[in-house]
Structure formats: structure tokens, C-alpha cells
Design a protein around this ligand. Structure first.
Ligand SMILES: *[C@@H]1O[C@H](CO)[C@@H](O)[C@H](O)[C@H]1NC(C)=O
Ligand SMILES: *[C@@H]1O[C@H](CO)[C@@H](O)[C@H](O)[C@H]1NC(C)=O
Ligand SMILES: [Cu+2]
Length: 382
């Protein structure tokens, strides 16, 4: 492997100069990730620089890591989240009785489509456009001037509770949940992977800070594990946002090495599989959900926590960086079928097939949702 021979080459030098105990594989992986990232960003910047109309370098949405936002920008994002949660939604209550807000409309899309947009050929396109629609709603319906922030898991992979997004300050998205002792494990069921049981971790109770119950509540679910909320989890179930951060899950799935491994995927099929089901049955996708616990263990209603959008933006960033290594080819690739884990069996997806979005949008052909700077999109992860 390239990385290991590179490291081997450096080894004598490093031990001479630093007398250090061998190279840190996570640092080497971070270096590799940064190389992929630079190539991607250069491609996107060079391409939009040449554009004169439509989206150009002047109005491309520049998405940033949460900790790179100014305090003002973080507060503006929070304000827009509160706004969307207070606005009436479009979901008919005859269909989803628990939906109460515009924010919930996006949760509902995810609930209704979970079996058709995960571990399959629509996964990346569906989540890419759902984030875009959500970001657009924040901007057009709530006067937000910023863009959707992302959560780089590798910055605090040893202990995500150290990330500023969880520091509980007025410029965070709350804290870990309050510690609740003596909880039962939670068992979730994922098509084609089967049940996975999560032992209680470091929190489990309500978050405090800007998303505490007096300022923000979640209305839908649980659906993906017992006991479900009323009406099979679709009923009105207002409650506090909970989290249960697990450092050991983060250390297992979200190391820089896990990210560089993903970005090195040779084929689109491998990229999809590595993202989702790589060794340990989680990969970075499941890893980022699962390590937050409770609400993020409920695959269906997971967008109830705004962290869903930061997590999925980073997943989409992985996709964009991977595509940016060979944009012409990697925006025309397909893989997978139309059902999660192909259960029940369904036809392979094609570029002409519409990706479904439920009430938040008409279906959009897969072909139009492939490139981050074409079709409806123009954004870059800085
Ligand atoms: C993450 O990377 C570590 C170190 O290479 C590896 O042991 C672990 O299995 C990886 N986790 C997953 C979920 O692939
Ligand atoms: C679906 O795609 C797989 C992998 O490319 C292929 O092996 C399989 O034959 C395809 N199925 C159909 C029905 O075309
Ligand atoms: Cu999802």
C-alpha cells in the first residue's frame, strides 16, 4: 500500500530527528484526507470560476465545519432552526398525525422513505437533495443568510463531546444528554443487517443548552425501536431531544483512517458499501448516527435532531470529495437497487429513475442529483 510504504520511508528520519515512538497512523490518514480534499476543492473552484450565469463563484453555497463558523453565524443557524420549528408545515395530519411544523416536514420525508433511500442506489442522492431542500427552506422561509454547516467527525474522534457543537454554550447545538443510570440497551433492526443492540453510553437524558426542552422539542417517533411512540411512532409525541454520546463507537468507526479508507474506494459500489457496512457493520454513516445514541438510533425519525443535517452534510462531503477525484466519471455512476439492502428485492436503479421525496418535493431523476455543482445544486465544502 502506498500509505504504508510512505510511512516506512519516513520512519528512519522521524526516529532520528524526534526519537518518537513510530508514526501516528491517524496523522498519516489525515494527511491523505487533506490531499483528497484539496484536489476536490480545486476542481470545484476552477469549474465555477469559469461560469458567467446561474450559479457562479459568487453565489455558490460555501458550507463550513461548525467550529469554523463565527459565533454570529452559529447563532443565525440556531435562529433559523427555531424559525422552521415554529412554522406550520405542509404534511397532512390525516397522514402523519404527529407532524407539527415545517421542520417536521423533513422528518416526515425521511420517515416515509426510509425503506427506499438507505443502503441502496438512492441513498446518496436522496440525502444530498434533502439537505439542499432543508438549507433552502432555512434561507428562503426563515431569512437565513448562511449555509448548512457540517460536522467533521475526525476532529474529535476520540471523544466527540469535546467538539464545540456539543459544548452547550449559546453558540452550540446543545450538549450530550444528561446521564441516566440503569437504562436498558436499545435494539434496532436494519434490513439485510438484522438487529443491532446498543448498550447505554455516557448520557441518555435530555440535552441542555440551545436545544433544551424549553426552546426546542421533537414531535415524532420513536419508530425504529421499541417502545414506539403513539400511532406506530407517527403520532404527536412532544418530548425533549435526547443524546447518549459513545466515545467507544466513535473510536471504532470515525477515525481519520476510516475516512481515508472510504475516500480510497475505487468504485462507486465499493464507496457505497464502505460508507455503510464496512467492518463492524456500521462504517462512518452508521457510526455518526449511532455514537449520538437515542434519537439517532431511530433510523426513521433521526432528522428530529438538527445534528442529523450536520452529520449527513459531512457524509455528503465525503461523496463530493470522492467524486471530485474524477468528477466526469464519478457523477455518472449508478449502483444498487430501490430498496434498503435490496429487501424486498427490487430493480437496479438507473439515472432516469425519479428519486422520491414525499411531501417536501416531487421526485427528481437521479441523473440531476449526481453533481454538487449541476442540476439544482451549487455548493462546496470548504
Ligand atoms: C476504523 O479504522 C480502524 C483502524 O484502521 C479499524 O480497526 C476499524 O475496523 C475501522 N472501523 C470500521 C467500522 O471500519
Ligand atoms: C443489477 O446490477 C447488478 C450489479 O451491477 C448485476 O449483477 C445484476 O445483474 C443487475 N440486475 C438486473 C436485473 O439487471
Ligand atoms: Cu437517512
Amino acid at each position: 500500500m502506498k500509505v504504508s510504504s510512505f510511512i516506512a520511508g519516513l520512519l528512519p528520519l522521524a526516529s532520528l530527528i524526534l526519537a518518537a515512538p513510530g508514526p501516528d497512523p491517524e496523522k498519516a490518514a489525515t494527511k491523505k484526507i487533506n490531499e483528497f480534499d484539496r484536489k476536490y476543492q480545486k476542481y470545484i473552484e476552477d469549474t465555477v470560476k469559469r461560469r458567467k450565469t446561474g450559479y457562479t463563484k459568487n453565489n455558490i453555497r460555501r458550507r463550513k465545519e461548525w467550529s469554523k463558523l463565527t459565533k454570529f453565524e452559529r447563532k443565525a443557524y440556531l435562529k433559523a432552526i427555531y424559525c422552521l420549528s415554529a412554522k406550520p408545515g405542509i404534511t397532512p395530519q390525516s397522514v402523519i398525525p404527529g407532524a407539527r411544523s415545517r421542520f417536521d416536514d423533513f422528518v416526515v420525508s425521511h420517515i416515509q422513505l426510509t425503506p427506499f433511500v438507505h443502503a441502496n442506489g438512492f441513498f446518496l442522492a436522496y440525502h444530498r437533495y434533502l439537505i439542499w431542500l432543508f438549507e433552502t427552506a432555512l434561507r428562503e422561509e426563515c431569512g437565513y443568510k448562511g449555509t448548512q454547516p457540517y460536522w467533521d467527525w475526525t476532529l474529535y474522534w476520540r471523544d466527540q463531546s469535546q467538539h464545540p457543537v456539543f459544548d452547550g454554550s449559546p453558540t452550540s447545538l446543545g450538549t450530550n444528554g444528561a446521564y441516566v443510570p440503569d437504562r436498558d440497551p436499545i435494539t434496532i433492526s436494519i434490513p439485510n443487517i438484522g438487529p443491532i443492540t446498543f448498550p447505554p453510553a455516557t448520557g441518555g437524558g435530555c440535552v441542555s443548552g440551545p436545544l433544551a426542552f424549553d426552546k426546542f422539542k421533537i414531535n415524532l417517533g420513536p419508530i425504529g425501536y421499541a417502545p414506539q411512540g403513539p400511532d406506530d411512532g407517527l403520532g404527536y409525541n412532544p418530548r425533549c431531544l435526547t443524546r447518549d454520546l459513545s466515545p467507544s463507537l466513535s473510536q471504532r468507526a470515525l477515525r481519520p483512517r476510516n475516512v481515508s479508507f472510504l475516500l480510497e474506494s475505487e468504485s462507486y459500489a465499493a464507496f457505497n458499501v464502505n460508507l455503510d457496512t464496512a467492518p463492524g457493520g456500521s462504517g462512518v454513516h452508521g457510526g455518526g448516527h449511532f455514537l449520538l445514541g437515542t434519537v439517532q438510533l431511530d433510523t426513521y425519525a433521526s432528522p428530529s435532531d438538527p445534528m442529523f443535517y450536520l452529520h449527513h452534510s459531512n457524509l455528503d462531503r465525503m461523496f463530493a470529495i470522492w467524486q471530485g477525484q474524477d468528477q466526469a466519471r464519478r457523477t455518472k455512476v449508478v449502483w444498487g437497487t430501490q430498496t434498503s439492502g435490496n429487501v424486498p428485492p427490487s430493480a437496479n436503479v438507473t439515472l432516469d429513475m425519479p428519486v422520491p421525496f414525499g411531501f417536501v418535493s416531487p421526485g427528481v431523476p437521479l441523473r440531476e442529483l449526481q453533481s454538487s455543482i449541476d442540476g439544482p445544486f451549487c455548493f462546496i465544502y470548504e
